[in-house]
Design a protein around this ligand. Sequence first.
Ligand SMILES: Cc1cc2nc3c(=O)[nH]c(=O)nc-3n(C[C@H](O)[C@H](O)[C@H](O)COP(=O)(O)OP(=O)(O)OC[C@H]3O[C@@H](n4cnc5c(N)ncnc54)[C@H](O)[C@@H]3O)c2cc1C
Length: 237
Amino acid sequence: MRGGLGGFQPRKPNFDGIENFENKGILYFVKDPKIFDNKNIVISGGGDSALDWVIELSKTAKNITLVHRRNEFRGAKDSVDKVQQLKDLNKINLITPAQVFKVDGNERLQTVYVKKNDEEIKIEADYFIPLFGLIPRLGSISDWGLEIEKNSIKVNNALDYQTNINGVFAIGDINTYPGKLNLILCGFHEAALMCQAAFKIINPGKKFILKYTTVSGVEGFDGSLKKAEGSVLKSID
Ligand SMILES: Cc1cc2nc3c(=O)[nH]c(=O)nc-3n(C[C@H](O)[C@H](O)[C@H](O)COP(=O)(O)OP(=O)(O)OC[C@H]3O[C@@H](n4cnc5c(N)ncnc54)[C@H](O)[C@@H]3O)c2cc1C
């Protein structure tokens, strides 16, 4: 099994009732920018995604408010400068340091509540887009009965990267063991040992012979054997 750090999910704001308006005004991704034309939008976040979408949607939105818990934004300098210009030109509302703490509405989202110090600000909004980055999750893999530690699968690194379930191997970023490094090289090393162990399970009794491609060649995509020329007996003038 190779699943990296898992599937990526949006990091969501932490307040009650947010799930009531998910896909009913609250979106964690912008898939179709056209739906925001002439709408009231609140975007939350302090990174490149928040900055980029504020810049883009400010061209067509009716009103756009950017809320961030700090005064500083971590993003491309050009984007930070553009957002500053949009604010100076009154093309966007910027509320910092502040956080959205409540949302409300009937069938759909209607109101976003922002707390700035002790002040509570009520904003009429058709859309609230929190852009707090992504977090990796193992998802359904975590229900397989595998031993899991901090969102990673424990394996036997002294032997063959097998998990606590016989015949199930985990290699690459998805696994953990003492001294684990999330590097491409480590993933390849784990794969070589894992393949050797899997070969023995798939072919019980068959002898495994370790071959070097420099000596035995490799099978090409056209099925032919690609091999370096062997030694020759030739005089050198
Ligand atoms: C910004 C960054 C820079 C890096 N730079 C370096 C570097 O310079 N050198 C280096 O050695 N390493 C680097 N790494 C680490 C390196 O990228 C990883 O160690 C390596 O990619 C791990 O390979 P993997 O195959 O285990 O996982 P991944 O390359 O993450 O592949 C896992 C795949 O599984 C898919 N997947 C996840 N869950 C499921 C599921 N449930 N069903 C189906 N598919 C699923 C994912 O979508 C993904 O395509 C970097 C990592 C990052 C984040």
